[in-house]
Design a protein around this ligand. Structure first.
Ligand SMILES: Nc1ncnc2c1ncn2[C@@H]1O[C@H](COP(=O)(O)OP(=O)(O)OP(=O)(O)O)[C@@H](O)[C@H]1O
Ligand SMILES: [Mg+2]
Length: 357
C-alpha cells in the first residue's frame, strides 16, 4: 500500500498544498515551524480520522478559516481516494471514492500507519492509559470486533460508573449492578484475551527489532499486567462490589490494564538512559509496524518525525538500513536539513524524494 498524492486545504498552517510521492522515502525538510510535522499528522489523520496531537478537530483548521480537508490517493489493489473534511459548524465526514462512511470507525484499518514521534516517550513516562492506547490502536487496525468491543465496554463502564455515583456510597439495589456486570464480563474478557494473545506475539517481534537496533547485551522485556491474569472478571467484579460502591466507580477491569517495560530486568523508566529509552520506544513502534504488516499482509505507511534526535550514529545507521529494506514500505520523514537527510539515504539506493518547505 502507498500514498501517491496528498492535498491539504486549510489544514493547520497549510493553506492549500499538494504533493505527489515516490514509493519509498519521502522527506520533508525546512526550518522549525514550517509545517513538516503537520504533514505527517495529516497522513495520520487520513489513517485514523484523528490527529496524533490535537484532541479537537477545531484546532486543525487554519487560524481564521472555517473549514478544512485532507485528501489522498491510495494505491492498494486499485486506486482509492480518501477525503476527510470538517468545519466549525459541520460534522466531520470521511469518504472513500466519493462515498461517505456512515460511521468513522468503519474507516479504521483501511490505511494503516505507524507514527514515530518524539512524544513516544510518553509511553514510558505517562500513565497506563497511553500504554493501553498503544495496544488498542494496534489490535483495532486489524480486528473490527475488538474495536466494537472497546466501544461497548466504554459505554457500559460509563453507565455502571454513573450508577455507582448515583448511589452516593449506599448499595440499595444489587440487581442493577449485576445487570451491568452481565454485559461487561463477556466484552471485557474478550478484550483481555485479545490483548494477551497480541502481547505474546508482539514481545518476540519487539525483542528481535530491539536487538537489531541496539546491537548490545541489553535485555529488554515487556509484561502485560491485568487483574484478569489471576482471576476471572466475574470474580473480580463480585469481590470488589463493596469497594466500587464506596469508591463510586468501577475499580477493577481491563480499563486498569497496564504494560511494564524492563531493561536488564530493571524498570526502564527509572534505569534507562535517554538514548536507551528512545531506542526502546522506537523498537516498540517498529514492532507495531511489523506486527501490522504480518497480520494484514500489506505494508503500512511509516511516519518518522525527528527520528534521529537522541539516537547515536550507529543506531541511526541501523535504523536507516532497516527501514530501507524490503521489510518496510513507503516512508514519510521530517528533518530540518534537506541536504543532510538526502546524504543519509543516498547509500541505500532507494527511491527518494525531497520536499523543501
Ligand atoms: N490551526 C492552525 N492554524 C495555523 N497554524 C497552525 C495551526 N496549528 C498549528 N499551526 C502552526 O503550524 C506551525 C508548524 O508546525 P509543525 O509542528 O508542523 O512544524 P515543523 O516544521 O514540524 O517544525 P519543527 O522543525 O520545529 O518540528 C506551528 O508554528 C504551529 O503554530
Ligand atoms: Mg516538527
Amino acid at each position: 500500500m502507498r500514498v501517491s498524492e496528498l492535498k491539504l486545504y486549510h489544514f493547520k498552517n497549510h493553506s492549500e498544498n499538494s504533493w505527489s510521492f515516490c514509493d519509498k522515502i519521502n522527506a520533508f525538510a525546512g526550518l522549525n515551524g514550517v509545517g513538516k510535522t503537520n504533514i505527517l499528522d495529516a497522513l495520520y489523520y487520513l489513517s485514523t480520522t484523528k490527529s496524533y496531537f490535537n484532541h479537537s478537530d477545531q484546532q486543525l483548521i487554519l487560524f481564521g478559516e472555517k473549514e478544512a480537508s485532507v485528501f489522498a490517493k491510495i494505491q492498494k489493489d486499485q486506486e482509492y481516494e480518501i477525503l476527510g473534511s470538517f468545519g466549525e459548524t459541520r460534522k466531520k465526514t470521511f469518504k472513500k471514492n466519493g462515498k461517505a462512511y456512515s460511521r468513522l470507525v468503519d474507516h479504521i484499518g483501511f490505511l494503516q500507519a505507524v507514527f514515530i514521534t518524539p512524544y513516544d516517550v510518553d509511553l514510558v513516562f505517562e500513565g497506563s492509559e497511553e500504554r493501553r492506547k498503544f495496544i488498542d490502536f494496534t489490535i483495532s487496525q486489524l480486528n473490527k470486533e475488538y474495536l466494537n468491543d472497546l466501544l461497548e465496554y466504554r459505554k457500559v463502564l460509563d453507565q455502571r460508573n454513573a450508577f455507582l455515583k448515583s448511589l452516593e456510597g449506599r448499595l440499595i439495589d444489587t440487581l442493577l449492578l449485576e445487570s451491568f456486570n452481565r454485559t461487561l464480563i463477556p466484552v471485557g474478557t474478550r478484550i483481555y484475551e485479545n490483548r494477551k494473545k497480541f502481547l505474546a506475539d508482539f514481545l518476540h517481534i519487539f525483542q528481535e527489532i530491539h536487538d537489531t537496533l541496539a546491537q548490545s547485551e541489553t535485555n529488554v522485556s515487556l509484561k502485560y499486567e491485568s487483574g484478569l491474569n489471576e482471576s476471572t472478571f466475574d470474580l473480580l467484579l463480585k469481590e470488589n462490589s463493596q469497594r466500587d460502591v464506596f469508591a463510586q466507580r468501577t475499580t477493577q477491569g481491563i480499563h486498569k490494564d497496564d504494560l511494564t517495560f524492563d531493561i536488564n530486568a530493571m524498570p526502564l523508566k527509572k534505569f534507562g538512559s535517554q538514548g536507551q529509552i528512545k531506542t526502546f520506544v522506537v523498537a516498540l513502534k517498529l514492532a507495531q509496524y511489523q506486527y501490522l504488516k504480518r497480520q494484514s499482509n500489506d505494508l503500512p505507511i511509516l511516519l518518522l518525525d525527528d527520528i534521529f534526535e537522541k539516537i547515536d550514529a550507529s543506531r541511526s545507521q541501523r535504523l536507516m538500513e532497516m527501514v530501507c529494506s524490503e521489510d518496510y514500505g513507503q516512508i514519510f520523514i521530517s528533518d530540518t536539513h534537506g541536504q543532510r537527510i538526502k546524504e543519509h539515504f543516498e547509500p541505500f539506493e532507494v527511491a527518494f524524494k525531497l520536499f523543501e518547505l
